[in-house]
Design a binder for this molecule. Structure first.
Ligand code: SAH
Length: 254
């Protein structure tokens, strides 16, 4: 059996209880060493075989898993954040299915949620944005043309941009070309929830400069949108004059 587990965004206590139990019971752990907090490995039981996938190919990862399976061992494949976001798990799952190996997935706290916590922000503010766009700049990994940043920026929705800290000049230009005003609030969150977490506020236009001045080149998320601003409408859910399934509007408001 193979368990894909989301390790969470960084802080060792932000993995799920289920993820922790699976780690503690694993015979083999293959973890994404470039971003997973090594603290998680302290949970491994004695004799557990531990592999860092940072220097491995897909084929090498699958070979380790197949060998474990042949010996009747349980493997945890530990991914950063939530495995469904830029986790490259589909290609692993497909090869496991082909080999007749069973697997399941345990979610994790994605770094975009860790970043919101660092910012103490709400991505979906009434009357500001009710949509979060998770995307990245095209780099060595291409992005479908229909999803280019300028096209997504035209919505002026909240954006959480992964894997793009090294491309902030073109990112900033594309965001503005797409529709965001130069002074739209933006933030860079470096290593959200890690002890070395840092948060920088600026605008769409100043993103490259902020990163340069603070030597931020990787392990950061770019957050863009007016959710970082000051104006929004109150929610309907907690509005005294609003009736819903669980609460009647108060008499004075009817
Ligand atoms: N599956 C992960 C994302 C992996 S892609 C998740 O759900 O978070 C790797 C990218 O995620 C990094 O380049 C960076 O943009 C972002 N990232 C991962 N951990 C981060 C953290 N703690 N703080 C800020 N960005 C992070």
């Amino acid at each position: 059996m193979v368990h894909f587990v989301g390790a969470g965004p960084g802080a060792a206590d932000l993995i799920t209880v289920r993820g922790q139990a699976l780690l503690a019971a694993a015979d083999v752990i293959i973890y994404a060493g470039s971003l997973v907090n090594p603290e998680h490995l302290k949970l491994a039981r004695e004799g557990c075989r531990i592999y860092d996938s940072a220097s491995m190919t897909l084929e090498e990862v699958i070979a380790v898993i197949k060998q474990a399976e042949a010996q009747g061992l349980t493997t945890v494949r530990l991914h950063t954040g939530d495995p469904s976001i830029y986790g490259a798990i589909r290609e692993q799952m497909d090869l496991l299915a082909q080999a007749g190996i069973c697997y399941d997935v345990t979610p994790g706290v994605s770094s975009f949620c860790g970043a919101a916590a660092a910012l103490k922000a709400e991505y979906t503010l009434p009357d500001v944005s009710q949509t979060v766009i998770i995307t990245r700049m095209a780099g060595r990994t291409p992005v479908p043309e229909k999803e280019e940043i300028a096209k997504l920026a035209a919505h002026e929705a909240t954006m959480a941009i992964f894997l793009s800290t090294g491309l902030l000049e073109p990112l900033s230009a594309e965001l503005m070309r797409g529709g965001y005003a130069a002074d739209t609030p933006a933030a860079i969150v470096y290593k959200a929830t890690w002890p070395e977490e840092r948060v920088f506020y600026g605008t769409v236009e100043t993103l490259p400069q902020i990163a340069r001045e603070n030597s931020i080149t990787k392990t950061a998320l770019i957050l863009v949108g007016r959710f970082l601003g000051d104006s929004y409408q109150r929610s309907k859910l907690y509005d005294p004059s609003f009736t819903h399934e669980f609460r009647e509007a108060s008499e004075t408001c009817k």
